[in-house]
Write a protein that binds this ligand. Structure first.
Ligand code: UTP
Length: 294
């Protein structure tokens, strides 16, 4: 690690969106609390951050999303009752979640966009580089995706966005990057576009929701005008960052699931269930039963 490079200790998790693609489930339950098997999506995300070396998580939240904070707190009545019933293993499942990280929560008063949500974290981040993980993108990888990006940050000393190759017809779902290829996985980014139509996409390298950013991003967000959908887009602020300092894109290794989308959610549920030895045989039987009916 270069001596001047600060360690990445903090991560921002924006979770203040409305989750409209998942209505009616998200009317009263935060999208981030919907479980993949029995673990809420946001717990998977925070576990990735912690396994990547993150100590403090800055959660950007909104009205009616208190369930997220409660999940990462202790639950004395539950844990004490489980202890008294000699169900210490279950009590420990609950306690472990409460101990995962320091959670600092900040409210975004209006869902004014992902860029705006990241700017809300500035008082808790200060002048340090930090990670951003989006709450509805799961990435399953032996080396956590955020750790892969931190490794690049530590080698190169500049901001890094995680990217993946997508089919050309899907560009309008993502921020898309283009630039000069430095190696098979690394690109020096010159150009970013938020959700371009396929004919306007500068490449097929898309950002699914993992970033390491220097604190200079905050000024870039302040200088960014509302873009697509009238929201302050993080992709537009990243374009400014790329003009002001070096921004890299790293094609990470791992399987990514868009759990904010219905089919992506089902895909993630099956994949995560099949990874669990106690569930896999039963899930395969269920899949056979349903396929036989088709
Ligand atoms: P999305 O657009 O995927 O999430 O934003 P959404 O707005 O919750 O869901 P849909 O599209 O209406 O179904 C990506 C991430 O950015 C957060 C969201 O919570 C999500 O994790 N976000 C988005 C904010 O925190 N604030 C915003 O103003 C917008």
């Amino acid at each position: 690690m270069k001596t001047s490079i600060q360690r990445i200790r903090k991560a921002v998790i924006p979770a203040a969106g409305l989750g409209t693609r998942f209505l009616p489930a998200t009317k009263a339950v935060p999208k981030e609390m919907i479980p993949i098997v029995d673990v809420p999506m946001i717990q998977h995300i925070i576990e990735e951050a912690v396994r990547s070396g993150i100590e403090d998580v800055v959660l950007i939240t909104a009205r009616h999303k208190e369930a997220i904070e409660n999940h990462f707190d202790s639950n004395y009545e539950l844990e004490d009752t489980l202890d008294k019933r000699q169900k210490e293993e279950l009590a420990e499942v609950s306690r472990r979640v409460g101990r995962l990280c320091n959670l600092i929560s900040i409210r975004q008063k209006n869902p004014a966009g992902l860029g705006h949500a990241v700017l809300c974290a500035e008082p808790a981040i200060g002048n340090e580089p930090f990670a951003v993980l989006l709450g509805d993108d799961l990435i399953d990888a032996p080396v956590p995706c955020t750790r892969q990006l931190i490794n690049i940050y530590e080698q190169e000393g500049s901001s890094v966005v995680g990217v993946m190759s997508i089919p050309p017809q899907d560009t309008s779902k993502y921020g898309v990057v283009a630039g000069k290829a430095l190696s098979e996985r690394l690109t020096d980014v010159t150009h970013l576009v938020e959700k371009p139509a396929p004919e306007h996409a500068p490449s097929t390298l898309a950002i699914p929701g993992r970033y390491i950013l220097t604190p200079r991003i905050f000024d870039c967000i302040r200088d960014t005008k509302p873009g697509k959908g009238g929201e302050i887009q993080l992709t537009d602020a990243l374009q400014l960052l790329a003009e002001r300092e070096r921004l890299l894109a790293y094609r990470f290794e791992g399987d990514r699931y868009d759990t904010g989308d219905r089919l992506g959610f089902i895909d993630a549920t099956l994949a995560y269930a099949l990874k669990r030895p106690e569930l896999a045989p039963g899930v395969i039987d269920l899949m056979r039963k349903h396929l036989a009916k088709k």
